[in-house]
Design a protein around this ligand. Sequence first.
Ligand SMILES: [Zn+2]
Ligand SMILES: [Zn+2]
Length: 346
Amino acid sequence: MAIPGKERQGPCFWCFKALKWIPVLFIVTIVVWSYYAYVVQLCLLTVEDVTRRVLYLIFYHVFFFMFCWSYFQTIFTDIGTVPNKFIIPDNVFEAYMNNVDNFEAQNSILENLAKRLPITNITVNGGVRFCEKCRVLKPDRAHHCSVCGVCVLKMDHHCPWINNCVSFTNYKFFVLFLAYALTYCAYIALTSLSYFVSFWKGDLPGRGRFHILFLFFVAIMFGISLLSLFCYHCYLVIENRTTLEAFRPPNFRNVGTDKYGFHIGKFNNFKEVFGENCSTWFLPVNTSLGNGLEYPVHSRLHASSYHSMDTTQNSSGDGISYRQWHVDEDQEGLLRPNYDDENDSI
Ligand SMILES: [Zn+2]
Ligand SMILES: [Zn+2]
């Protein structure tokens, strides 16, 4: 039986894979040009006051570094793929396919597998969530990405500007990328504003003044688009929802759909993405809590789980209890890509 994912490497596979880098190349080109326009044209050739020039350059490079670091991390962090224990064995899959016209029989086949796994989400029809392409049972919050060609843990969306899925493994990096990109644009716009005004007054000499003019425009344009996206993702972090869940709330076993199912308190929601330690909240390093497979749910949803999970009361919370983060034999492999499917990721 063919290994899921391998069949997609046709003649156009590498061509398509290369084309997907064009939006990233576009962003990198803009950033490199903005560096030249700001550092050379604005700071070195236009700003006359030395103190102001030095201060502009120092803060600029801090924001520039944080922006590049978070962008790099968002692009090159491996997406969290589904571990082997969620794979549907060949004989079970064949039995499933032999009951195409019988939903009840098909679902009971998958339910037997799901009972051994930490799964609480079900389909809108009440069936077990599974992916026919990857032949896996889907962990909670996981979805199949048609661009990456694999099921992705806590999938938020596929972003062409990073040529990667925004998912459990890089969601913190993505939010920081938006934050630092916004800061970068705002800083450029604010510090170049007076020179932008001088341009229209005719006080800026030389051809470099057009770089400053466009630098201001580009910073404002990107800044405005980033602001709305950043605010939206701040809202999603606080609500503990993914973009996909904002459109279609998760359906919990024995409970039904609940858009607040993963909401465990605003600060706890924030810590689930950014971690416990405030010293690393603003650094694009991996500090997200959990293993990408199991998520604490609101206390009223605990009965929705298949198997009895350990729970502990949140000492600082408001009546919300957590499911214990599981540390089992599979955890070591969870955040690494499933190398059988490596060619399907970026
Ligand atoms: Zn899949
Ligand atoms: Zn994707």
